[in-house]
Write a protein that binds this ligand. Sequence first.
Ligand SMILES: [Zn+2]
Length: 412
Amino acid sequence: MTIVLEGGRVITAAEGADAVLERGVLVIRDGRIAAVGPAGEVEIPAGVREVIDVKGRTIMPGMIDAHTHVIHWTHRGSKLAGRGNEMGADIDTITMSLLQALENIRRLTESGVTAVRDVGSPHAGIFSLRRAIDNGDLSGPRIFASGSAITMTGGHGYGTVSKEADGVDEVRKIAREQLKLGADVIKVMATGGAGTPGEEITDSQLSSAEMAVAAEEAHNKGKTAAAHATYPRGVLAALDAGIDTIEHGIILDDACIQRLLETRAYLVPTLEVYARLASMDASPSSPFGYMARKGQGAIGPHRESFEMAVKAGVPIVAATDAGGSWWLLGDLAYELERMVSYGLAPLDAIKTATSNAAAALRKDDQFGTLETGKLADVVVVEGDPLADIIALRHVSLVMKGGDIQVNNLTSR
Ligand SMILES: [Zn+2]
């Protein structure tokens, strides 16, 4: 089966001058990119089955949301109202979390996301969901999952997306358990965060020694390690431990920037989530008051840290941190809009969700750019996101491995 997309602008997101083709052609055969180049220079193969005209639109790589919680406890209709753990959760709670996950993967696909890195899940159902999608039983993005995150007793995400562990032996045990279940990445909590009551983003949590065994176990198996780290002490502890991606980085100082560059770690800032938290009901009677307060405090320093990292050349990866019934998935475009509003060039913002994200997942040999031989994970959006990044909200076609998952072109 050969599909040709022609007539539109092509953002390949590849290195150098080939990143944008003003009028390009993309040829897809057997699920992979067979050819890409300027119109008139690409030979259209004989026996073509389908030519799709995308004039006035932009062809780009499928987007990657590199920090999600596809499965989370749902507050709506749940007896546990969002708290509990794998052992204590009843069948109703687990089922509700999976039903919400199905809605999440639908929204991800419709928003042009063809892969997610899922970094914290309340139960091992994420691996079943990944298998169902890989088998083709369900339509959805490629899932690269951590399973449960690892946190200290009472630390970030306890009772929701994290398992508690203290000391290097317990951390190693949980890391190995998640790898046994099939984890693609190991996630640790270096600091407190906004989403858990009773802690501050300035709190240090797992020690560098504890995080180092998690990173070691991940690396032993050819996997990566991610750390939730919102404050310099935790960021430096995580980088000293050999962590590959720093999640959030709300407050970064010069030493953090220096160490990020030295260790070649990626920064996954998740800017938008704190603005969403800040807009929640902060009144004393609100169950989310603590989130709103911490979100409001984060926005200013987070912007400054992001700008410092961009200026220094730290590789940035886009992600929403969405999950739970208060924020369903599918809003990655808003994260890119916020990056652009903070001064990042639109092409660079798009790379954070494509080529940079694929590199952070160590899957850049497979997807993340539109280059010959790579998997045909492709999105077509209305208009030109390089002129106005809001174009990313208007997805007209989504293809994963050459399979058309969304096609809004025919209805127009
Ligand atoms: Zn998260």
